[in-house]
Design a protein around this ligand. Sequence first.
Ligand code: G6P
Length: 367
Amino acid sequence: LLVDKGNHRHFMEKEIHEQPEVISHTLAHYLDFAGGTWRPLDMPFDFAKLDRLTISACGTAYLAGLIGKYWFERLARLPVDIDIASEFRYREIPLAKGAAALFVSQSGETADTLASLRYCRNAGIPIASIVNVGGSTMARESDLVFPTLAGPEIGVASTKAFTCQLAVIASLAARAAAARGTITREEEKTLIRQLCEAPRLVSETLKLQHRIEKVARELAHVRHVLYLGRDTNYPLAMEGALKLKEISYIHAEGYAAGELKHGPIALIDETMPVIVIAPHGRMFEKTVSNMQEVAARGGKIILITDGKGAEQASVKAFETIVLPDAPDLIAPIVYALPLQMLAYFTAVFMGTDVDQPRNLAKSVTVE
Ligand code: G6P
């Protein structure tokens, strides 16, 4: 299989730009855009009868799963246990009847995730996997595969596979909610409509690249960056930090904004950029008060928000990146983009090997 960079400098850049198309392609596997309905799935378990969902994965795929926990619990009232596969596989977790397992992996070959899958197989619970590589070991060993149709991902730092994983998980959570009767038929229709909007919003967000490049120019001179967010923006903060450290080698941490005063606030001074992910909506005011705490200590705030958020934030940010309005369900898909682009341009300015960062492997098939 031959994949080239086309007109792009790096595979990562190409893969970032492919997202509207591959997300659309992936979603079309799960729903009928024109009819506004789900496509049938041959499920090994019934969402309506499930007591728990256990998710396990590594790296970026784990963070997609963590966002899924918020969606499944809020929308479908389905309790989710989630853990990093290298911990999950050794923790001797009791898995009750009524549970199903969900694994998330781009490659379908990550050693720890595969070992977790086999642990669940031994426990006798149904197994589903979200994988990008069709014939992979995880795909073969699962009762059901939920494919992401991101196409081959060459850049070591995952981008399009992540947003496609989110698209699949968001669809499954909405579908689970419908099956469990925790949303009305009208709400279900609205969620389907919102999912269909994701490719367009991602495409609009890509147009912000010059603005983001400008911010990245600043980041290329710092040693530490803190990312903050609440709710689904908390796993996203961790993903933003992971992307930056993977390819630019700048030390970055993602934190739940509410946890700021339990430690990271001690780090804040004039040299420390703090990237706050805060679309307007349910957690906005809470996050703004965390921004105030950062501002009061001279921290440089880079706010990633939408039009209303930019207008309502009562704190002066050093830089503000304004995204299109995105419905709650798909906001994490849209907000992943500026984080990817920030990491990408920062790495380009620093001159690192973006597609092949030092010490990292695309697929970790040994423990
Ligand atoms: C490696 C890659 C990451 C990826 C993780 C999990 O660390 O560099 O980009 O998120 O493995 O890989 P998987 O193939 O299981 O998604």
